[in-house]
Write a protein that binds this ligand. Structure first.
Ligand code: CTP
Length: 397
């Protein structure tokens, strides 16, 4: 609940600005007062009239509006809020924030404030992936700005990928988490995520269909509850959550080294879809077609990282959570897996293609603990992540 909270909501110019209108409603429903600010570009997408009607407050638009300066200067405007939220945040406002530029009202407010700032980026996937945006994002996060999203999905421009602004409900949840309790403050949680790539030769590899979405969401949820998160991830499709200590890896063996290096931890969540096998010997040259027949690929078993950590005798994390991806008899297989690996909990899900879970945005899981199996209703992966993070926080209390 956001009772008594004042949020300065800056809408910058992108097609996602229309979702900003819904966001105003969601924030007000939760009790927040919303003071809206529109950039020139945002006015091309939503009108000041609709924004002020929904906010129930005057819209601030111009740095040099003298009446406003007489009523409330921009310094006071930015400091009277409990949170400054930029949604949508364009690549342009992120660049200005990274550089500390102040050439319009929005950027001046952001520079003149000591209030916490949260942004919900929204842009074309190429802009999001551009090295300049990567640099700006790293700088902004380093400056202490909280980042929500973006999500993967179809974009207004017809492309697909990361860059879609988070949904208003997700942003409202992040704002609530910002003001909410931080039960995981001071706790270190290790999260593995994504697939691994096991090389066959320099150009080929074995992989799986994991997108890394559930692992990234879990890490994000843990961060929002105040945890310090080490995020060890294979080559995933989705962006790593901002604010985590990021350790990118390719293979299962590299993941194991990274996990060992990240310990000790208060809790560890193994959401990665680790390849069970690698090549017994990966070729250091590209395998060529030959008249002598087909190549024979000989496998070797990868280390079971989850089992290794679960069975540590000294320095084992207080809570070890594994995932189980099954296609049949989900509960029975996952229960057996929990016992076999020695972890405390298993988050089991059905990854049969007809469920659309692997690579999709929703998940239906069964949480298996020493108390038995607890099936959760189907819900967005972000909600599964938040519920799991809450359970972890309760367990570590
Ligand atoms: N896991 C791991 N290291 C591995 C394999 C799996 O840490 N080499 C972890 C995963 O991150 C996940 C859990 O173990 O948390 C279960 O993975 P899964 O692939 O479902 O289990 P498997 O060990 O492969 O068992 P099975 O072959 O019976 O499905």
């Amino acid at each position: 609940m956001l009772q008594d909270k004042r949020i300065l909501l800056i809408l910058t110019g992108g097609i996602a600005a229309y979702k900003g209108l819904d966001l105003i409603r969601r924030l007000r429903e939760r009790g927040a007062a919303v003071t809206p600010v529109l950039t020139r570009a945002a006015e091309q997408f939503v009108t000041p009239l609709s924004v002020s009607a929904l906010a129930g407050e005057k819209v601030y638009r111009d740095l040099f509006d003298l009446t406003d300066e007489a009523e409330m200067g921009h310094i006071q405007l930015s400091r009277s809020a409990d949170l400054i939220l930029v949604a949508p945040a364009t690549a342009d406002i992120m660049a200005k924030m990274a550089q500390g530029r102040a050439d319009d009202l929005a950027s001046t407010l952001l520079l003149a404030t000591d209030t916490p700032v949260m942004i919900a980026p929204a842009m074309n996937v190429r802009m999001w992936d551009h090295p300049a945006t990567r640099r700006n994002l790293a700088q902004i996060a380093d400056d202490g700005v909280a980042v929500v999203g973006p999500n993967d999905g179809d974009m207004a421009c017809g492309e697909y990928g990361p860059g879609r602004m988070s949904e208003p409900l997700e942003i409202a949840a992040a704002v609530e988490a910002h003001f909410g309790p931080k039960p995981l403050a001071g706790k270190h949680v290790l999260v593995t995520s994504g697939p691994t790539h096991e090389p066959i030769d320099p150009v080929r590899y074995i992989a799986n269909r994991s997108s890394g979405a559930q692992g990234a969401a879990v890490a994000g949820a843990l961060l929002s509850l105040g945890a310090e998160v080490t995020f060890v991830t294979g080559p995933a499709d989705v962006a790593a959550p901002t604010g985590a200590r990021l350790v990118p890896v390719q293979t299962a063996q590299e993941m194991q080294v990274a996990v060992d290096a990240a310990l000790p931890a208060d809790a560890a969540v193994f959401a990665a879809a680790v390849a069970d096998w690698r090549m017994a010997t990966a070729s250091d040259r590209k395998l060529k077609k030959s008249k002598d027949g087909l190549p024979v690929l000989e496998f070797a078993e990868n280390p079971d990282i989850l089992a290794g950590v679960s069975q540590m005798t000294a320095g084992r994390p207080g809570l070890v959570v594994g995932f189980a991806a099954e296609t049949d008899d989900v509960e029975a297989h996952a229960t057996a897996k929990r016992a076999r690996k020695g972890c405390d909990w298993i988050v089991a899900n059905d990854v049969s293609p007809e469920t659309g879970i692997m690579g999709g945005s929703e998940n239906a899981v069964i949480l298996i603990t020493e108390d038995g199996a607890d099936p959760w209703p189907r819900m967005p992966k972000a909600e599964v992540a938040m519920r799991l993070a809450q359970r972890i926080a309760d367990a570590l209390m």
